[in-house]
Design a protein around this ligand. Structure first.
Ligand SMILES: NC(=O)c1ccc[n+]([C@@H]2O[C@H](COP(=O)([O-])OP(=O)(O)OC[C@H]3O[C@@H](n4cnc5c(N)ncnc54)[C@H](O)[C@@H]3O)[C@@H](O)[C@H]2O)c1
Ligand SMILES: CC(C)[C@H](C(=O)O)[C@@H](O)C(=O)O
Ligand SMILES: [Mg+2]
Length: 355
């Protein structure tokens, strides 16, 4: 029987709650698809800092690099916000992505038919929305030098090199070839020099994909167009910070940020993680929506392990739970037949897989 090694990084806040549910679902799918998971837990974020003094211990990198894939929950919380930047949970996460080299963050935003009423927009505007945000993840203003602050000034630098843009653009075009063959590249080329280079390089890469229709949009307009007419988008190609913001915005088309998964890929080992954070406001209450993490586990099966049938089973089980009217708190007002806890939702989805 095939055995996959999965590094589990639960993190802070709701992280452990949601990762446990994804594991429940992975175990259900493995027992009916003929493979086995071996999990190894590793620390990252505030919990890692509290125990080791480092938000990203070297051991976590080693465990991750020795695995077939990483399933990650979320990190962060107010209690660590006043630490120096490099000790903060968020720095651990950024360093982790950089160390692994996962430069492409794929963030699908789909509107489930079962949840069209949950969208912040009218059903007739969002029905059928299926967007893939391809977000550059290890460059841009998050990493550019110089950065720093003194008492009266704070500064960061948005830098992209040609090579960084080329590789993320190829990812976007390749993904577009498997979808509706449209890429909209998001930038701020009317103001930022770095965006002018971005646009020029994306145009160059596009010549390798003549079947794909390329358009460009300024990020402020894109934020508006996502709400006005989201179905115009297929693949949205973005830099690091624009993709961070637009993907959270896109989650409200779907109805809850607790629904949106992601895959961080481009290197030997990928990281599969919900797009949301550690949600300290609801942590420990058993009310977080685990679907984003369960759907991230499905992306892991598909992208890292090539277990597409198993991934399909998870996706179908999620839809079945939603169509049967099961809702966690975040979606409780929308056609709920039964409001369930984080752990109940995990079990319901896992049970639909076994059957
Ligand atoms: N990848 C990550 O680990 C990641 C991502 C984003 C934010 N963060 C960190 O998380 C902490 C909190 O940040 P924030 O509040 O801005 O963003 P957040 O995504 O944690 O929460 C935003 C809002 O969405 C809700 N929410 C998030 N996930 C949910 C889920 N699964 N089910 C139901 N509701 C959910 C929260 O309750 C909150 O009201 C910060 O420390 C931040 O840096 C981490
Ligand atoms: C916590 C933070 C560093 C992170 C990011 O900005 O990438 C988060 O918002 C995300 O979307 O994964
Ligand atoms: Mg974010």
């Amino acid at each position: 029987m095939k055995n996959y090694k999965i590094a589990l990084i639960k993190g802070d806040g709701i992280g452990p709650e949601i990762v446990d549910e994804a594991v429940k679902v992975l175990d259900a799918v493995s027992s009916c698809c003929g493979f086995h998971f071996e999990y190894e837990e590793a620390l990252m974020g505030g919990c890692a800092y509290d125990i080791t003094g480092d938000p990203l211990p070297q051991e976590t990198i080693n465990i991750s690099l020795n695995s077939d894939a990483v399933l990650f929950g979320a990190i962060g919380g107010e209690q660590w916000d006043s630490l120096p930047r490099e000790k903060r949970p968020e720095s651990g996460l950024l360093r982790f992505r950089k160390e692994l080299g996962v430069y492409a963050n794929l963030r699908p935003a789909v509107v489930y038919d079962e949840l069209v009423n949950a969208s912040s927009l009218k059903p007739e505007i969002v029905k059928g929305v299926d967007i893939m945000v391809v977000r550059e993840l290890i460059g841009g203003i998050y990493f550019g030098e110089p950065k720093g602050r003194d008492e009266n000034r704070g500064w960061n630098t948005m830098v992209y090199t040609r090579d960084e843009i080329v590789r993320i653009a190829h990812q976007a075009f390749k993904i577009a070839m498997t979808r509706s063959k449209r890429v909209c590249s998001i930038d701020k080329a009317n103001v930022l020099d770095v965006s002018q280079l971005w646009r020029e390089v994306v145009e160059d890469v596009a010549t390798d994909y003549p079947e794909v229709e390329l358009s460009h949009m300024y990020v402020d307009n894109a934020a508006m167009q996502l709400i006005r007419d989201p179905r115009q988008f297929d693949v949205m190609l973005t830099g690091n910070i624009f993709g961070d913001i637009l993907s959270d915005e896109a989650s409200m088309l779907s109805g809850s940020i607790g629904l949106l998964p992601s895959a961080s890929v481009g290197a030997k080992i990928g990281v599969y993680e919900p797009i949301h954070g550690s949600a300290p406001d609801i942590a420990g209450q058993g009310i977080a929506n685990p679907i984003a993490t369960i759907a991230s586990a499905s992306m892991m099966l598909r992208y890292a392990l090539g277990e597409n049938a198993a991934a399909d089973k998870i996706d179908e089980a999620i839809k079945k739970a939603l169509s049967e009217g099961y809702r966690t708190q975040d979606l409780a007002q929308f056609d709920a037949k039964e409001v369930c806890s984080t752990s109940e939702m995990g079990s319901i989805i896992a049970n639909y897989i076994v059957r």
